[in-house]
Design a binder for this molecule. Sequence first.
Ligand SMILES: *[C@@H]1O[C@H](CO)[C@@H](O)[C@H](O)[C@H]1NC(C)=O
Ligand SMILES: *[C@@H]1O[C@H](CO)[C@@H](O)[C@H](O)[C@H]1NC(C)=O
Ligand SMILES: *[C@@H]1O[C@H](CO)[C@@H](O)[C@H](O)[C@H]1NC(C)=O
Ligand SMILES: *[C@@H]1O[C@H](CO)[C@@H](O)[C@H](O)[C@H]1NC(C)=O
Ligand SMILES: *[C@@H]1O[C@H](CO)[C@@H](O)[C@H](O)[C@H]1NC(C)=O
Length: 261
Amino acid sequence: MTIILDYSLRLLVTLTLILSSLVFIEGTGAQSGYLPKDEVDALREIAEQLGKRDWDFSLNPCDGNPNWATPMRAEMPLYTNTLNCSCSFPDNVCHVVSISLKGQDLDGVLPPSLAKLPHIKYIALFRNYLNGTIPSEWASTKLEYLSVGVNLLSGRIPTYLGNITSLIYVSLESNMFYGAIPAELGKLESLASLILNANNLSGELPMELNNLIKLQELRLSSNNFTGKFPSLETWSHLEKLEIQGSGLEGPIPESFSFLRI
Ligand SMILES: *[C@@H]1O[C@H](CO)[C@@H](O)[C@H](O)[C@H]1NC(C)=O
Ligand SMILES: *[C@@H]1O[C@H](CO)[C@@H](O)[C@H](O)[C@H]1NC(C)=O
Ligand SMILES: *[C@@H]1O[C@H](CO)[C@@H](O)[C@H](O)[C@H]1NC(C)=O
Ligand SMILES: *[C@@H]1O[C@H](CO)[C@@H](O)[C@H](O)[C@H]1NC(C)=O
Ligand SMILES: *[C@@H]1O[C@H](CO)[C@@H](O)[C@H](O)[C@H]1NC(C)=O
């Protein structure tokens, strides 16, 4: 009996060793990509600017370790702590493509050094304590998704936001932006979502917003706009519209009935 047990134990140990070395090989395969030094340095600056103190630079930001890519918990969708890389570049080179840090108590500013990540497409910094405004450096990025809602951002919405023509999603909700929506936002021709509710925006909506022909979602509630609601004629894809307490005067135009709301 003892002999059999001893034998199976050894077999188990051997199997475990083989299996774990297999897992190890597979693991190193997945993490063979590396981030260029320029991008690691940019991440150090970004951490400093955001007030992010727990990124561990002794680890590879692109190997999927939980320090850099904390698995999202389905029951806590408002909290994320994930950086994603794309490692499908030649010579094992990775690039940072997305950063999502929601509800992380960050108390710095929107990081100007984000523009030093040449492949960044997605930034979500929802629900932190970031102040200041959108940095002018971001104007040169190819961002598609920009979510900086529920922070302490202030000032006018910068006109150079209109330079990021790759944008599909913009949320500035629940900050302290004031003044008029800049006409330059009409240059964002790929934009599907524009979420500006709960700020201190005023003035009339610029006519140029009619150029946003791909718009599906427009949220303007809880602001202090003046003037009439726009004709909606060019927004044939609009599915979600929120204008309670926006200050805009009706009537909601005839064309509204064509919308799939
Ligand atoms: C980042 O990667 C995780 C895991 O692969 C994925 O679930 C998540 O959607 C990605 N996030 C972005 C913004 O690409
Ligand atoms: C942002 O917060 C910091 C620290 O509290 C403060 O020194 C700075 O003046 C604030 N900036 C703006 C634009 O509010
Ligand atoms: C935005 O684009 C305009 C027109 O091309 C350019 O003059 C301006 O310098 C850009 N702004 C920034 C902050 O890059
Ligand atoms: C809202 O903006 C106006 C200027 O448009 C300013 O006078 C007012 O103080 C702002 N209110 C808040 C609560 O920031
Ligand atoms: C909206 O702005 C007007 C002046 O432009 C001001 O009298 C009013 O208090 C503002 N309302 C809010 C909710 O900020």
